[in-house]
Write a protein that binds this ligand. Sequence first.
Ligand SMILES: Nc1nc2c(ncn2[C@@H]2O[C@H](COP(=O)(O)OP(=O)(O)OP(=O)(O)O)[C@@H](O)[C@H]2O)c(=O)[nH]1
Ligand SMILES: [Mg+2]
Length: 305
Amino acid sequence: MTDAPTKAGFVALIGEPNAGKSTLLNRMVGAKVSIVTHKVQTTRARIRGVAMDGQAQLIFIDTPGLFKPRRRLDRAMVAAAWGGAADADVVVLMIEAHRGMSEGVKAILANLADRTGKTKVALVINKIDKVKSEGLLALTRDMNEAFPFAETFMISAERGHGCDALRAWLVEQVPEGPWLYPEDQIADLPMRMIAAEMTREKLTLRLHQELPYELTVETENWEERPDGSARIDQLIYVARDGHKGIVLGKGGETIKAVSQAARAEIMEFVGRPVHLFLQVKVRPNWLEEKERYSEMGLDFKDGNT
Ligand SMILES: Nc1nc2c(ncn2[C@@H]2O[C@H](COP(=O)(O)OP(=O)(O)OP(=O)(O)O)[C@@H](O)[C@H]2O)c(=O)[nH]1
Ligand SMILES: [Mg+2]
């Protein structure tokens, strides 16, 4: 085994919002590096997670969901998703078993050949735990008639079914070559950004409707203390006055619960005590500010990609 040559390559995960891309990335990496919620448009930027499999290193690129962009943030997210696909050695298109060939999936298929060129694309039908198996054959056939997928997998990213077969196939696809990340590195996002994402996940889980979309979280300050703990200050930007009150909650109870949940998760990730301080700021124009985008790792541009 150790005599086998090393391999390394990039696997881009694309699909509609909520398909389960981040769930699959976390499963492959074996740790939570990308946030997951039941809401659409959770992932905003390209997030890389590194998975080791014997002598092979698979670098999974999680991308924001592909959908019809309307606003600037939408456009930046969709551009980041297609950009991730363009950079990869293998592309994985994830669809949801119970939703099948939706309008959104058809829209992705229409662009897939142009965007992926000669790169191999695998079809991954996710959430098979939600459906009876009979329908899956017809879905597989229809999808493969619409696009020449290199392979089709049926999985449950959440429960793990089918994930080993997918991983083994991906290992076969990536080229021989030196590893691109140290063996023990699992993500290439800076810690301050992962910590901000964890807080954004807790906010998204607690807040309703459009609000999660209208806020962003940034780590302002990260201070290592002599006692081995870390003090982390984060800013939550909201676009409207009224949103600040909602984020704080009655008597500050919402922000308190968010802070506790985020702190616990950040602490588990960094493996030492964390003191987390959250502050909410109203910034009506943050969705149009270049700096907010660079903090999220997105390009600030107005193209119609
Ligand atoms: N039942 C079931 N639910 C799943 C499965 N995989 C993911 N989910 C759920 O689907 C929802 C969306 O998962 P995400 O991983 O955030 O989806 P995503 O594709 O990254 O979504 P965006 O970041 O918004 O594009 C979450 O509630 C997951 O728990 C699965 O195999 N079965
Ligand atoms: Mg995601």
